[in-house]
Unconditional design. Structure first.
Length: 407
């Protein structure tokens, strides 16, 4: 079906088909510019007004009495926020600390992990670029190397596990594995990967940048050596809030950079007083978790997963793209339910070149007011659509019209 400014997917099974009003559509709760379409929650998140107000409240306490705040109030308050984060992720109370972002979490592990000459660090070809750069730098410093395991786009869980296991040698010390990949929006079966690699004597750092909120995360079940993930993506906490989990046997090894005033207390406290910084993002994590708690995380995931699937389908139909082999659909052991709230549409005819992809993304923004992301991976340009509670079906219908007119 085509109208002037919308394309509607025929035969849809969406959240609206049941005739039930979409009670989880709440654009009024975010301060997003209503003149634009925001279809890229995955990259930088978006902070609800209520969570921004909580952050502002903390800032006002800090500015009302800087000395009292830093001397007496901050660290006890941070402990409350940290324990809320531990509970949300299934971490034991000594297992999780706050970091600025997943990049910092990965960096802290790479800076302390005892690599020596000849060792190998294993990653996949979906690895986040900044993480790969960090791994290479840590390896080069000591004469170790980085080994890349190719994993096909949309690989099954068995294939993903096998691809990593196939690259393990007797020199593999550390593997860095995404829980949800960035450019390819693929959920890897990290529980199986962690178990398989640990069995072979390899420590595993799970890069869970996208995982909190997008998937259920239970670190007591996952049992990684290390895990990092963002509160500022899917839980919609202010930017600069992320977690770093370290398994007990590594807690004496992983330290903070810069070295903090609480260094002597060891992990997790050694990360919590890195000089004079604005910690209001960390302090606002509980408010962000409570914000979604009113609907329940599984209801939010179901709704957003169904909406992203609709968005994927309506754009794919408009441009004749085949999404049958794309990752993120329901059913995989790591996804379940309605699937991920972040889906791919391959763009036929678009050069698989970051400059061309960025140019198309910018035209969507400049000419149509649509914020999106187009990544290049495996010789293809991949449009990645996200769904959050401020999105609805019509947003993707407008995206479909825009993409079709630009191809
Ligand atoms: C897989 C993965 N790792 C790491 C990062 C970096 O996250 P941050 O920018 O919050 O450090 C991202 C960001 O999208 C990501 O997708």
């Amino acid at each position: 079906l085509v109208s002037d400014d919308r394309i509607v997917s025929a035969g849809v099974t969406t959240i609206d088909d049941s005739g039930v009003a979409d009670r989880l559509y709440h654009p009024e709760l975010w301060p997003l510019d209503p003149k634009l379409l925001h279809l890229n929650h995955g990259s930088f998140g978006a902070v609800p007004s209520a969570v921004l107000a909580e952050q502002q409240r903390w800032r006002e306490r800090m500015e009302g009495n800087p000395t009292g705040f830093f001397r007496r109030e901050l660290q006890p308050a941070l402990e409350g926020a940290r324990l809320a984060a531990c509970a949300f992720l299934g971490a034991d109370a000594g297992g999780l600390t706050f970091v600025q972002n997943s990049t910092s979490g990965v960096g802290a592990v790479l800076a302390s992990f005892p690599l020596v000459a000849g060792d190998e660090v294993l990653v996949t070809d979906h690895v986040y670029a900044a993480v790969l750069f960090g791994a290479r730098k840590a390896a080069e410093r000591v004469g170790a190397s980085v080994v890349v395991a190719p994993v096909a786009l949309g690989a099954s869980d068995d294939e993903a596990v096998a691809a990593l296991v196939a690259k393990v040698t007797d020199r593999t010390r550390l593997a860095i594995v995404d829980q949800v990949t960035s450019a390819t929006a693929q959920a890897f079966p990290v529980a199986r990967i962690v178990a398989a690699l640990q069995d072979r004597g390899v420590a595993v750092l799970v890069d869970g940048a996208h995982a909190p909120g997008l998937l259920p995360v239970d670190l007591s079940v996952l049992r990684p050596d290390f895990w990092t993930g963002n509160f500022h993506k899917w839980p919609c906490s202010p930017r600069g809030s992320a977690g770093l989990f370290v398994a007990e046997r590594w807690r004496g090894t992983v330290g903070s950079f810069p070295v903090s005033w609480r260094e002597d207390e060891g992990f997790p406290y050694s990360f919590l007083l890195p000089g004079t910084v604005d910690s209001s993002a960390w302090l606002s994590v509980p408010a962000a978790l409570e914000f979604f708690g009113r609907w329940g995380w599984s209801a939010v995931r179901e709704r957003n997963g169904a909406l992203a699937a609709y968005g994927q389908r309506v754009v794919a139909e408009a441009i004749g793209a085949d999404v049958s082999g794309m990752p993120g659909n329901a059913g995989g052991s790591a996804v379940g339910g309605a699937g991920l709230a972040m889906r791919l549409v391959p763009l036929p005819g678009v050069l698989a070149d970051p400059v061309a992809a960025d140019a198309l993304r910018d035209r969507l923004a400049d000419e149509f007011g649509i914020e999106s992301v187009i990544n290049v991976w495996g010789g293809r340009a991949l449009l990645r659509v996200s769904a959050q509670l401020y999105n609805r079906e019509a947003d993707y219908e407008r995206l479909a019209v825009a993409v079709r007119s630009l191809l």
